[in-house]
Design a binder for this molecule. Structure first.
Ligand SMILES: [Zn+2]
Length: 257
């Protein structure tokens, strides 16, 4: 049986009812990865976000970023730009998971690249730069993390709920819902899966901090979106526009970057 849109989103509505009763606001933020240039998909992302006034943060690959993107960004002000590694190159051996920010090349080499990447994006994007590191493939060796603030980073964003790590003074602002089915279609995941994931993330956030639940990060990759992925984002933003319990924030607002 095919569900209507309202039926499909009912589990989220029910969860938000709990937030309402407790006087809580569910904060969401949108991270989109892998921009280097202006493409029709990037235009589509900005059009969608503009329609619902949803700020977005784009993980941008410093060594490949074009001047065209910089010019476009200046007139598309809902976007902020975070440092997505340096060149999004895998340096892990073939029997390990892909990783640019592992210790395969030695710590100093990586920190030098990250410093350069930070400078490149700061020069290009000015006030639209978010001093946030988004490691490619959401992976970074924990030994590097305590050195990031000296390079200018104020936040770190990977995927999932943070695990205990070495002490550092960065804001951790992770993503929790990845809308892409990387292991299957490499397009959007089914709506039901994503709504279930979102409800579960909201419940986890409430359990972690019952009075000020952490923000939930939604992760998209505009360059690979199919109709399913675009539809999910549009339905989520449309749903949010009609539900006072959800507030979309920028990464800068959430982490006070
Ligand atoms: Zn990436």
């Amino acid at each position: 049986m095919i569900k209507t849109q309202a039926e499909a989103w009912a589990p989220l509505k029910n969860e938000l009812e709990v937030w309402s009763q407790k006087g809580l606001e569910a904060q969401l933020w949108l991270r989109d990865d892998d921009a280097i240039e202006v493409t029709p998909a990037l235009e589509q992302l900005d059009d969608l976000c503009s329609q619902f006034n949803v700020p977005y943060t784009i993980a941008t690959i410093p060594s490949l970023t074009t001047q065209g993107l910089a010019q476009w960004a200046a007139s598309h002000t809902l976007g902020h730009y975070a440092v997505h590694g340096f060149s999004h190159t895998n340096h892990a051996p073939s029997d390990e998971k892909k990783c640019e920010l592992g210790l395969h090349r030695g710590e100093q080499k990586i920190l030098d690249e990250l410093a350069e990447g930070f400078e490149i994006l700061t020069n290009i994007f000015g006030a639209q730069m978010a001093p946030l590191l988004v490691p490619p493939w959401n992976r970074i060796d924990t030994a590097l993390v305590p050195h990031l603030s000296a390079l200018g980073f104020k936040g770190l964003s990977t995927y999932g709920w943070p695990k205990p790590s070495e002490p550092h003074d960065l804001a951790i602002i992770n993503t929790h819902i990845d809308i892409i089915d990387w292991k299957g279609s490499r397009g959007g995941l089914p709506r039901k899966v994503l709504i279930d994931n979102l409800v579960e993330a909201l419940q986890t956030a409430r359990a972690l901090n019952p009075t000020q639940p952490p923000a939930i990060g939604v992760l998209s990759h505009h360059l690979v979106h199919d109709e399913l992925a675009w539809n999910f984002l549009e339905e989520l933003m449309s749903f949010s526009a009609k539900n006072n319990q959800i507030a979309w924030k920028s990464a800068k607002q959430i982490a006070q970057l």
